[in-house]
Ligand binder design. Structure first.
Ligand SMILES: [Zn+2]
Length: 290
């Protein structure tokens, strides 16, 4: 019965094909999901321009206040690689990963092994640490898709050179601020690593605990610090109301108020990448303090 034998052979061939494809990832670029728009930009740099990268937290939303939508769960269900910051930035992520139920998801925790200070997760704001993030992301991409490994290595290396140039450029710009005027009050603790790297003094934060409204005694204390420490400007953030920053600046003797980006990129083209965001922030700080 040649036709039966044929059919049996065909069935076993199909079964072999099925088991084969189930252990291999489907063709096409890796699906990379980053938690924030800032991390998505860093991941895009590491993966190359053609990469498929999206972020869970939309532009203009803080990762500290984010409520994951069913969309976020679906994105993780279909992703190959998840890029998270870690160090407590994404408190909602563990449940989202669990709900996505994706056993193939490869998670890159960018701050793993880096010196997290006082539980502050904003290490990416220092471009030297952003370069460490790039190396971790590159290694995960190479492990997830060996065929494309040379492309990922080349992209990550080119982007690392851009971040090295960004670091040098930022240091040069900050050096133009007179030494006695490098003091600032910020909205939340996003600039601690940046300030340490480039020699700025952060005297205080309007919102000492992200997402928690400060009490009037705290604002009064900041007014005193602003006067005693000769703070040059108060920095608000685009995602938040500038009401407290303005009243603080006024009470401290009419200080300048300027706006910075950190947890989220902006919607304008100049701040739509990580490198652009750091450049714009640096120019804002220099012109407010100089
Ligand atoms: Zn933050």
């Amino acid at each position: 019965m040649p036709s039966l034998r044929w059919a049996a052979a065909l069935v076993s061939l199909l079964l072999a094909a099925c088991t084969h494809t189930s252990t291999q990832r489907p063709p096409g670029p890796l699906r990379i999901v980053a938690t924030t728009s800032t991390l998505a930009s860093i991941a895009r740099g590491a993966a190359g321009a053609a990469a498929d990268v999206r972020s869970l937290v939309p532009v203009g939303v803080s990762p500290e206040d984010f409520q994951p939508s069913p969309d976020a769960i679906a994105a993780l269900r279909n992703a190959d690689v998840l890029v998270e910051n870690g160090a407590g930035l994404e408190g909602w992520l563990e449940a989202t990963i669990r709900n996505a139920g994706n056993p193939h998801l490869r998670v890159v925790t960018c701050t793993a092994g880096l010196p997290v200070r006082d539980g502050n997760p904003h290490l990416w704001m220092d471009p030297v640490y952003a370069r460490a993030y790039v190396a971790k992301i590159r290694d995960a991409l190479v492990a997830a898709d060996a065929v494309q490994a040379p492309g990922y290595r080349a992209a990550a290396s080119a982007y690392d050179a851009q971040l090295a140039a960004l670091t040098a450029r930022t240091a040069r710009k900050i050096a133009t601020i007179p030494a006695g005027r490098r003091t600032m009050i910020v909205f939340h603790n996003a600039f601690d690593y940046y300030a340490r790297r480039f020699g700025l003094q952060i005297v205080g934060a309007i919102e000492p605990t992200p997402g928690a409204e400060p009490n009037p005694a705290h604002i009064a204390e900041l007014v005193g610090l602003a006067r005693n420490r000769h703070v040059g400007a108060v920095f608000a953030e685009h995602e938040y109301s500038d009401k407290l920053a303005r009243s603080l600046a006024q009470s401290a003797g009419g200080l300048k108020v300027a706006f910075l980006y950190d947890d989220s990129l902006g919607s304008e083209p100049a701040v739509s990448t990580y490198v652009g965001m750091i450049d714009v922030d640096t120019d804002t700080i220099v012109s407010a303090l100089r």
